[in-house]
Design a protein around this ligand. Structure first.
Ligand code: UT7
Length: 326
């Protein structure tokens, strides 16, 4: 083993908008029921951004506690990466709005678009910047206002998503090159553009000149999710030469409690090792992994030095995993 640069987690934070929408409230708007939503998804409620509250506002609200936990100011950052599929505007990047909002007057900021896998993609990009020596300190945020792209008449999708944001600060540190190092140890990314039609938004600047609405073949996505997530978890474990038993926590994308359980079952992972926060915020796309992470760090479940495996899958399809020591 020889010394290597590692991207170490030095802070995390999260933000959920104040307004909570329960399943019962949705049942008044579309033909659904609390029983169906709970049984099929595990979701009890979701948070919806207030009128005028934008993705950048959520991102900034998550970034502030992450920076505070790291003991850093905005100008200590070299780079901000915002993973989002619901940017404030078509351009500029929401990350630049966040940069200005945080008072960061140096460095660079850009968005990453991989829908629900966006946070894993963002971590991967940040890790590569740090390992290449192109950045010392990076803020990675997953932030979404999916409520803005939902068809509120479509019961098959509108009950599933919510708004929120989560953030982490990564800092370069020296490791020994082994699995005992703290920080990001391995990332695996995949996409398959042939699966476009299973999960997409039916609008955009160059196609319809409108924002469009989310469309999903839920059953198809579900089927692929369990397989792809299982495979990408295995890829990370086998690449590192370890088994699921060596991992302290799985921090999954929060899309469906049944996907969380199905994936864990397939890999022989004890259910008690899987962080689940879906009940309280539904699927928040790129925000859901850092929201789960921030909750489990905040309540003391995730402790310094523990081994985590984060994973996600989303439109594209895109999917990925990140093995890290907290
Ligand atoms: O984050 C990106 C990835 N997204 C996901 O991972 C989502 C993956 N998919 C899923 O989580 C699940 O497929 C859903 C939760 C979307 C749907 O659950 P399902 O068990 O696959 O249900 P289904 O689509 O097979 O629908 C079963 C029935 C249908 O009625 P029929 O055709 O059997 O008469 C639906 O019309 O449930 C009906 N249904 C509903 N009923 C009450 C669909 N949505 C609702 C609803 N309320 N909201």
């Amino acid at each position: 083993m020889s010394p290597v640069r590692r991207s170490r987690f030095v802070g995390c934070g999260a933000y959920l908008p104040a307004r909570v929408v329960t399943n019962a409230e949705l049942a008044e708007r579309v033909d659904t029921s609390n029983e169906w939503i709970v049984e099929r998804t595990g979701i009890l409620e979701r948070h919806i951004a207030a009128d005028g509250e934008k993705t950048s506002d959520l991102a900034i609200a998550a970034a502030r506690p992450a920076l505070a936990a790291a003991g850093l100011g905005a100008n200590d950052l070299d780079l901000i990466i915002v993973a989002t599929a619901t940017p404030d505007e078509t351009f500029p990047a929401t990350a630049t709005v966040v940069q200005a909002g945080l008072g960061m007057t140096r460095g660079a900021a850009f968005d990453v678009q991989a829908v629900c896998s966006g946070f894993i993609y963002g971590l991967t990009v940040a890790d590569n910047f740090i390992r290449a020596g192109s950045a010392e300190t990076v803020l990675v945020i997953g932030a979404e206002t999916f409520s803005r792209i939902l068809d509120w008449q479509d019961r098959t999708t509108c009950v599933l998503f919510g708004d929120g944001a989560g953030a982490v600060v990564l800092k370069a540190s020296e490791g020994q090159g082994g699995l005992d190092d703290r920080g990001i140890l391995r990332t695996c990314l995949h996409s398959d553009g042939r699966q476009h039609d299973a999960l997409y938004v039916d609008g955009g600047p160059s196609s319809t000149q409108t924002t469009g609405h989310l469309r999903m073949n839920g059953r198809e996505v579900f089927r692929h999710a369990v397989v792809n997530l299982g495979d990408v978890i295995k890829e990370a474990l086998e690449g590192a030469g370890i088994t699921a038993a060596d991992v302290d926590w799985i921090v999954p994308h929060q899309a469906n409690q049944r996907i969380l359980e199905g994936t864990a079952r397939r890999l022989g992972i004890a259910p008690g090792k899987v962080i689940s926060t879906i009940a309280r915020h539904a699927n928040t796309s790129a925000a859901s992994v850092p929201l789960a992470l921030a909750e489990a760090v905040g309540d003391g479940r995730i402790k310094p030095g523990q081994l985590l495996l984060m994973e996600a899958m989303g439109g594209g399809f895109t999917w990925g995993s990140c093995l890290a020591r907290w």
